[in-house]
Every structure is written in C-alpha cells, then in structure tokens.
Design a protein around this ligand. Structure first.
Ligand code: NAD
Ligand code: GDD
Length: 330
C-alpha cells in the first residue's frame, strides 16, 4: 500500500511500450503506481505496485480503477501501431471506436472522481497532410493544425480527443495536459507482428539479414521522419504534466532523416553492409519532423539526444530478441 506521504500515479496503457517505461520511471521517483491495461507488459515484469488487467472501453471498469486519490494520471492506452497498422485502412473503425471510447470513459471517470488533471498522449499524425508533402520542409508547428486534414483516421481520433481533454479543462476546471508525440522508439517496444514502427522494423530486418543481404524498405526510402528515444519522451511527458502549460505541444526530435538514412545508420551500428530493396507498402506522409520551438519556450527544455545513441541501445535489444527467437525455433 502507498504510505501516507507517498505520491501516487495511475498509468493507463501500462502494458504497452511507453506506459511500461513510464511505470519504471515513476517507481524510480518514489511513486506508488497503479498500472492498467488489457495485458501485462510482454517483455519485462511490470514494476507497478498494483497492475489491473481490464478493458478501458468499459465505463464501470474506468470507475473502478479510479477509486482512490491519484496525484498524476497518464492516459496512454490506445489502439495503435506503425504505418503497417494505421495506413492500410483495415483497422480504421476499431482504431477510432476503441481509442475514442477509452478517452471518453477515462475523462468522465476522472472528472467525477475529482482528479485534478490528466496527461494525454496525442500524435503528430493529427497534423494536416498538406503541410507534409515536401520531405525536406514539413511543417509541424503546433499552430499549423488547422484547417485539419490528417491523413489517417488514427490522426482524426487524436485530434478529436485532444479537443475533448481541453474542453474538460474549460468546462470542468481540470488541468489536463496534451502532448503530440513524434515516433517514439527504444527497447521493449513492438518489434514484429505488424504494429512495429520504422526504427524497430529496420533494426529487426538488419538483424535478420546476412552481411551483404537484402533489406526490404517500403517506398523509395526518401520519405523523412524524426524519431525520439523513449527516455526523452518520458522526460518531456513528466515535465509537461507538472507544468502550468496545457499544450498541445510537440514531444519529438528535430533530427530529421530519410528512411534510407535510417537504414544506413542501423547497418553501420550492426557492422553489416546491406542492400536496400524498395518495395510497395503503406507510406503515410512524405515528410515529418518535430518543431521544438514551443516546448523550448514553455518548458525551458527540449530533447537533445542523438538518433544514433538511441538506435545503438534499440538495435542491441532487438538483435537479442531476434537471436532468442532463432534459438527457440531451433
Ligand atoms: P502501445 O500499443 O505499446 O501501448 C498502448 C497500450 O494500450 C497497449 O498495451 C494496449 O494493450 C493498451 N490498450 C489498448 N486498448 C485498451 C483497452 N481497451 N483497455 C486497456 N488497455 C488498452 O503504444 P505506445 O507506443 O506505448 O503508445 C502509447 C500512447 O502514445 C498511445 O496513445 C499512442 O497513440 C501514443 N503515441 C505513440 C507514439 C509512438 O511512436 N509510440 C507516437 C504518437 C503517439
Ligand atoms: N513500420 C515500417 N516498417 N515502416 C517502414 C518500413 C517497415 O518495414 N519500411 C519503410 N517504412 C516507412 C513507412 O512506409 C513510413 O513512410 C515510414 O517508414 C515511417 O513509418 P512508421 O514508423 O511505421 O510510422 P509513421 O512515422 O508514419 O507514423 C508513426 O508515428 C506517429 C507519430 O509521429 C506511427 O507510429 C503513428 O502511430 C505515430 O502516431
């Protein structure tokens, strides 16, 4: 049980990538933590003091898990994945229904339980497609969000939910905080199965490739992105949650690379020469990069770690998963 003076936190989505890491970070800070998810974290035992398995689409479950006082509430649960999941169109109805229901239920439960404020993880996918057509000059400044035109239903749901959290601030006096994450990566993230994002997919493909072997890349590889290492994501998340600024604000890296450059970096880390084979696949926007002027201004902080340093740790972890899968299959 939490002792009298211990801070308490609720992490929804604690069985997922960012939620699992956030629980560890809050435990290091001395919090009593309750984690909630449909499943336990797949790669490491949870460090949450209390882990409740259940479905946040169920309103009564949301009431049940908010039955005590929480100093901080992080809402990270969502139906999500990388380009192979959100851009095929096959999961649109589920993504919109599941994630919107979770957000509607959790906000209602927290407001009725007098929770002071919640952190909400939105996404750079809510930015309009028309500003992300030039891979060299994408515009993802926070004030470029409207007129809205996200290129995926996932992005539309994020935009709707951002507005929902901020409406609760205005109408119910809550202190909700909204971050727009830009492609977060690191160890213990999904690395196979169809929901993995480009950094994990590329690490896996390079780890599985023979030296001078082929690595399949969706598209021509000149599309651009920036990727943020998990530790920096947590730092930004916690700073925003504890600040007076409600957002929405980008939490991302400004180190934009092409997907071809991402492959080159990973193969250099792996010490392998690989041949890129460009194949058709779900692509998303042509270019995307975080714009960190606002976070710098409002929080006096912005991410600074290099992509390479994060990829070194991520590749090392994914390569180990690949090797242990091969051993298990033998
Ligand atoms: P993740 O898929 O690893 O974690 C999400 C977790 O939510 C999963 O463990 C899942 O089981 C849980 N969940 C889904 N539906 C649920 C339900 N009905 N009830 C209870 N739990 C449920 O994703 P992540 O990478 O950790 O992302 C966390 C949040 O950040 C999500 O909201 C995501 O949209 C957002 N985000 C992530 C990125 C990124 O690059 N990882 C980028 C932008 C935004
Ligand atoms: N996933 C993946 N796997 N992407 C690949 C691959 C591959 O094998 N090969 C090339 N790509 C390309 C995709 O086609 C896309 O153009 C680019 O790499 C980035 O893909 P992802 O990392 O899967 O997704 P994203 O950047 O388009 O969107 C992600 O970031 C958003 C926030 O910035 C997703 O994770 C969203 O859910 C997230 O909100």
């Amino acid at each position: 049980m939490a002792t009298k003076n211990m801070s308490t936190a609720l992490v929804c989505g604690a069985g997922g990538f960012i939620g699992g890491h956030l629980v560890k970070r809050l435990k290091r800070e001395g919090f009593w933590v309750r984690g909630v998810d449909l499943k336990f974290p797949p790669f490491a035992e949870t460090e949450a003091d209390d882990f409740v398995v259940g479905d946040l689409r169920d309103q009564s479950f949301c009431r049940q898990i908010t039955d005590r006082k929480f100093d901080e509430v992080y809402q990270l649960a969502a139906d999500m994945g990388g380009a192979g999941y959100i851009f095929t169109g096959e999961h649109d109805a589920d993504v919109m229904h599941n994630s919107a229901t979770i957000n509607l239920n959790m906000l209602d439960a927290c407001q009725k339980r007098n929770v002071r404020g919640m952190f909400y993880s939105s996404s750079a996918c809510m930015y309009p497609e028309y500003n992300q057509k030039d891979p060299d000059n994408p515009n993802c400044a926070e004030d470029s969000a409207y007129p809205a035109a996200p290129d995926s239903e996932y992005g539309w749901e994020k935009l709707f939910s951002e507005r929902l959290y901020l409406a609760y601030n205005r109408n119910h006096g809550m202190r909700n905080r909204v971050a727009r994450y830009h492609n977060i990566f690191g160890p213990e993230g999904t690395w196979e199965g169809g929901k993995e994002k480009a950094p994990a997919a590329v690490c896996r493909k390079v780890a599985q490739a023979a030296s001078h072997g082929e690595v399949e890349i969706w598209g021509d590889g000149t599309q651009t992105r920036s990727f943020l290492y998990i530790d920096e994501c947590l730092e930004g998340t916690i700073r925003l949650t504890r600040s007076d600024f409600e957002g929405p604000v980008n939490v991302g890296s400004e180190e934009m690379v092409t997907i071809n450059q991402l492959v080159d970096l990973v193969s250099d880390i792996a010490g392998k020469k690989v041949i890129k084979k460009h194949i058709p696949g779900p692509l998303g926007v042509r270019g995307r990069n975080s714009d960190n002027r606002l976070i710098g201004q409002k929080l006096g902080w912005k991410p600074s770690a290099t992509l390479r340093s994060g990829l070194e740790k991520t590749y090392e972890w994914i390569e180990r998963q690949v090797r242990s899968n091969i051993r298990a299959a033998a």
